[in-house]
Design a protein around this ligand. Structure first.
Ligand SMILES: Cc1cc2nc3c(=O)[nH]c(=O)nc-3n(C[C@H](O)[C@H](O)[C@H](O)COP(=O)(O)OP(=O)(O)OC[C@H]3O[C@@H](n4cnc5c(N)ncnc54)[C@H](O)[C@@H]3O)c2cc1C
Length: 395
């Protein structure tokens, strides 16, 4: 994609100002492509990103996602130096807990991560009692520990990427929905906006989160994306009993939790696959689901029996059939790329994805990672990524 000095056109238009779109625009600027426009229908981070639990861990069932998470953790941990701004990363350690029946999958995943250089290991009940005495690991469960993992601040990460892009000369238009992608001669020609502007470009990157399917359908591209509602609730932590705790992927009880600052705990639970409309879905928490999650939390951390519900929200995962993203050029529409379908675990991958997609766009392939397993064509080919567990969002 040749850079141009003509400011009435853009070298690339990015549709969507979540963490993914902002990371891609930043990395395009790092590659010298600064004449870009990012269109955001609302404000930056107002989609799935702003509702994220933002847990950062490397426990996955596939090399590609482990690699992206591992590369991204290095960025989150050193964000001020590498990007500039704040990631809000807090290192808590991460414990993944599975049923005994999933022990084989857990050990396979850990061995694969160790091969890739990730510090992690299976841990016994005695290890858990030593590492995290506030947690209970039951006899029919198995666990693995990642000392370097934790959580970050998705809003800070998103706006930091955007600030660095603007400093480099890239443009960001908020409250400016893309209304259409114009094509001609087998490739993209322009993006139109709801306010009637037309931005001529030969490169369009769709990163519109749960809205990506209709955006792509507008030019006849059918991508298998299904929004799934997920709930988040915080509880006040009785800090005398539980002063701190690690982040936990509780596959055994189908939920996750992490500290939220010094005296709250944030839980994520409930996958509602009733095909919610991204513009009209229940954005609050279902009391019965929150109560059930709180009971599971108290079972895992008995000191949390005296916690109380503080509030919460719901957001949308944008799932694909194998619960892994699609990072690819769209065959048949020259210059069209998609970075979509993060299936509830895209925040932790976002720094590496921003870099890889920018390189795919600018240079034809990502430098540090082979994106082939995340190609759009894998669904038609039946070559889906596998997970070791049935609670797919956790790996
Ligand atoms: C409740 C919840 C908990 C999560 N927990 C975790 C977690 O612990 N760890 C983790 O790694 N991930 C987690 N995720 C997933 C992660 O947050 C997402 O994968 C990630 O934020 C996706 O970012 P995105 O930029 O692709 O999408 P979004 O943040 O949704 O951004 C897309 C943007 O596109 C804009 N847009 C849409 N249509 C248009 C248009 N026509 N024109 C212009 N703009 C448009 C939207 O307004 C939106 O801002 C969670 C997600 C949710 C909902």
């Amino acid at each position: 994609m040749p850079p141009t000095s003509e400011r009435t056109i853009a070298d690339a238009v990015i549709i969507g100002g979540g963490v993914i779109g902002c990371a891609i625009q930043y990395h395009l600027a790092q590659l010298g492509i600064t004449n870009t426009v990012l269109l955001e229908r609302d404000v930056l981070g107002s989609g799935s990103t702003g509702r994220s639990q933002a847990i950062c861990r490397m426990h996955y069932s596939n090399e590609i996602t482990t690699q992206l998470a591992w590369q991204s953790l290095a960025v989150f941990s050193d964000f001020a130096e590498r990007v500039g701004g704040h990631s809000g990363f807090v290192q808590t350690g991460y414990l993944v807990v599975v049923k005994e029946a999933d022990q084989g999958g857990l050990e396979r995943n850990v061995a694969m991560q160790q091969e890739l250089g990730v510090p992690t290991s299976p841990v016994s009940q005695d290890d858990v009692a030593r590492l995290a005495p506030m947690l209970t690991l039951f006899d029919d469960e198995r666990a693995a520990w990642e000392p370097l993992s934790g959580y970050a601040d998705p809003h800070q990460v998103t706006v930091s990427y955007a600030a660095r892009s603007r400093e480099a000369g890239a443009r960001i238009a908020m409250r400016c929905p893309a209304s259409g992608i114009e094509t001609g001669g087998g490739r993209v020609q322009a993006v139109t906006t709801a306010s009637g502007d037309r931005i001529a470009t030969d490169t369009v990157i769709v990163a519109a989160g749960p809205w990506s399917k209709p955006v792509l359908a507008g030019i006849g591209v059918d991508v298998p994306l299904l929004p799934v509602r997920h709930q988040v609730a915080t509880v006040a932590r009785p800090t005398e009993q539980v002063p701190h705790h690690p982040t936990v992927g509780d596959i055994s009880q189908s939920f996750s939790f992490r500290p939220d600052g010094s005296n709250f705990t944030m839980m994520g639970f409930g996958e509602d696959e009733a095909q919610p409309d991204p513009d009209r879905y229940p954005q609050g928490v279902d009391p019965a689901d929150a109560a059930s999650a709180r009971a599971r939390l108290a079972r895992r951390m008995p000191g949390m029996a005296d916690s109380y519900y503080r509030g919460g929200w719901s957001g949308l995962f944008t799932t694909t059939p194998d619960w892994h993203p699609i990072l690819d050029a769209v065959l048949g529409v020259g210059g069209l790329y998609c970075a979509v379908g993060f299936s509830g675990h895209g925040f932790k991958l976002s720094p590496a994805i921003g870099k890889a997609v920018a390189e795919l766009v600018a240079e034809g392939r990502a430098r540090d990672v082979d994106l082939t397993p995340l190609r759009l064509g894998r669904f038609a080919e039946g070559d889906l990524l596998e997970s070791s567990y049935r609670y797919r969002v956790l790996a």
